[in-house]
Design a protein around this ligand. Structure first.
Ligand code: ZN
Length: 63
């Protein structure tokens, strides 16, 4: 009854998305004029690389 002894070796290996750092969202700063004052809006947008998953299954080497 010791099936948990593989804890040190994950059954699935994931690679964190380098584009968004695993957050699934990337910064998307836009300059906007609000009330006559220029402001930078950054609502972020879904990461186009991992499609907001933030990681990939298996090993994905840096490109
Ligand atoms: Zn990503």
């Amino acid at each position: 009854m010791n099936e948990d002894e593989e804890l040190e070796v994950p059954a699935e290996v994931h690679t964190v998305c380098q584009y968004c750092g695993g957050g699934g969202m990337v910064a998307d700063p836009k300059l906007a004029v609000v009330g006559g004052a220029p402001r930078v809006l950054d609502n972020g947008r879904p990461c186009p690389h991992c499609e907001t998953k933030g990681q990939f299954a298996g090993i994905v080497p840096p490109v």
